[in-house]
Design a protein around this ligand. Structure first.
Ligand code: NAP
Length: 291
């Protein structure tokens, strides 16, 4: 069945970029964001209609893509009075791309099922630039036929789509991936500042990291952010890094998995936030270490 219209709810850095990519690849969009001005800006940019509420957005689309900061935002946007749950009908698929606790997904999914709709936890790896290239990696938990319905939409945003299993498995996998990403971010920040302190010029040091055995995609695409921190827009804030690490350590605790490095990385993010860098990009850990 063709996707008739896509609702994008949550138009922060990722959601706005998703709306732009989905519009460019031919989807008819309706959008909603808590702060109305941001919705108007994106709507004007992509030629979309702004809905009055998440429920109104969901009722006029067959697939809903949501990108929200954290677990409490999910409850506000999906479950509250005028939330998406109140707008969905039989067959609607809600593609929840935010990084959240798997428990939140398991609590939310039955609310949609009562209306004959499906929730997919479909968190993504990759940042704003990869959204714009349609090159995210999506980790999907939930019903296989709902994934087939939503696949053209997720495909427009992604280079790879993994069906992990039932609801919650996508959210779990995303926390595991981000434990790795945040470890690389802390290690890269420390290594870059170490090389600089030892007299190596910043971009030459970065060139060597990028060419080395450790030169992962993250190290490649974060290069402008690490080399020119004052001139590169924020892609992923340190506040959201701290949120991820809280969720990661909470899951590890629940499952009885020791994650000593995760705790060190959480402390590194917290120290930078306490120095006033919460709204800065994750790469500002290096700025903080330079003092
Ligand atoms: P962001 O720029 O901070 O945007 C957050 C969005 O959530 C905004 O639309 C904001 O609305 C909305 N929001 C926050 N609290 C809300 C509430 N209580 N009720 C309703 N809406 C609320 O964040 P982002 O970087 O786009 O990230 C979005 C999600 O994707 C997060 O879960 C993040 O962990 C995940 N993610 C991000 C990246 C990345 O590189 N940025 C990569 C992968 C995954 P307002 O505009 O009204 O504040």
């Amino acid at each position: 069945m063709a996707v008739e219209r896509v609702a994008v709810v949550g138009l922060g850095r990722m959601g706005a970029a998703m709306a732009r990519t989905l519009s460019r690849t031919g989807f008819d969009l309706v959008v909603w964001n808590r702060s109305h001005e941001a919705a108007e800006v994106v709507a004007a940019d992509v030629g979309a209609r702004v809905a009055d509420s998440p429920a109104a957005a969901a009722s006029s689309a067959s697939v809903v893509v949501s990108s929200l900061a954290d677990d409490s935002a999910l409850r506000a946007v999906h479950s509250d009075g005028e939330g998406t749950v109140a707008g969905v009908g039989p067959g609607t698929v809600v593609v929840e791309t935010s990084t959240v606790d798997p428990e939140t997904i398991l609590r939310l999914a039955p609310e949609f099922e009562r209306h004959g709709a499906h929730l997919l936890d479909a968190p993504v790896s990759g940042s704003v630039g990869l959204v714009e290239q349609g090159a995210l990696t999506a980790m999907v938990g939930g019903d296989a036929s709902a994934l087939e319905t939503a696949r053209p939409v997720i495909d427009a945003l992604s280079k790879a789509i993994f069906h992990m299993g039932p609801n919650g498995s996508g959210a779990t996998m995303k926390l595991a991936v981000n434990a790795l990403v945040h470890a690389i971010n802390v290690a890269l920040s420390e290594s870059l500042v170490l090389a600089e302190a030892g007299g190596v010029e910043r971009s030459l040091a970065y060139e060597v990291f990028a060419s080395s055995a450790a030169g992962s995609p993250f190290i490649q695409y974060k290069r402008p952010a690490f080399e020119q921190p004052d001139e590169t827009p924020v892609a992923f804030s340190l506040d959201l890094v701290a949120k991820d690490l809280r969720l990661i350590l909470g899951l590890a605790d629940k499952l009885g998995v020791p994650m000593a490095q995760g705790a060190v990385n959480a402390a590194a993010a917290q120290a930078a936030i306490e120095a006033g860098l919460g709204g800065a990009d994750m790469s500002a850990l290096a700025v903080h270490l330079r003092g």
